[in-house]
Design a protein around this ligand. Structure first.
Ligand code: UDP
Length: 170
């Protein structure tokens, strides 16, 4: 039997809010769930999640003039973890099996991201939500998208934005 390809989907934080004024929109979450359900039998799906609906480092630095700007980036990375556990719960409502793996250790809510474990989860048909970005400040979750896609050997990278824009690249 042909091996299912690994696919990496990047979902920005704003995608979770959809058109509403809140951090999360039920319709947007349902749309993501529908997408996941439609592909999960054909591909091994990893999702890199953003945090922009809660905190973007650069915006927070500006907002309160933080002296230690690195802190704002860590706050942004924590925001991605919040999004990850919420998305996990929503996807599991539809009986999808989902694991959250974080670049920053948050033991009670997520596994630590370990490449080989991530691949194992994917092989078992679980969706892996990659949280915490790269774990390093000064970059965005788009960097995490590229990094994780490379190390997980993703055959296809899709990026979901608020404007429904999708691109793929190798
Ligand atoms: N971030 C970071 N390192 C990373 C990923 C994210 O410092 O590897 C911080 C950064 O401040 C960023 C915030 O986390 O603004 C939220 O991520 P991002 O802006 O990429 O979310 P998105 O726009 O995709 O929702």
């Amino acid at each position: 039997m042909l091996e299912k390809p690994r696919v990496l989907l990047k979902i920005s934080g704003e995608t979770l809010s959809g058109i509403g004024k809140y951090r999360y929109g039920r319709q947007a979450l349902n749309a993501i769930t529908a997408e996941a359900l439609s592909v999960v039998d054909q591909v091994k799906l990893a999702i890199v999640i953003g945090g922009g609906n809660i905190i973007r480092g650069a915006e927070l630095k500006e907002e309160i003039g933080l002296k230690d700007s690195i802190v704002a980036d860590y706050a942004g990375m924590m925001a991605t973890i919040i999004n990850a556990i919420i998305l996990q719960d929503v996807l599991e409502e539809s009986d999808l099996e989902v694991r959250v793996m974080s670049a920053i250790e948050v033991k009670p809510v997520a596994e630590v991201y370990i490449r080989r474990r991530a691949i194992r989860h994917l092989d078992k048909g679980r969706i892996v939500i990659v949280a915490g970005g790269t774990g390093n400040p000064d970059v965005s979750t788009d960097s995490a998208m590229v990094l994780r896609a490379h190390e997980l050997g993703a055959k296809l990278v899709l990026k979901g934005t608020k404007t429904d824009g999708i691109f793929d690249k190798d």
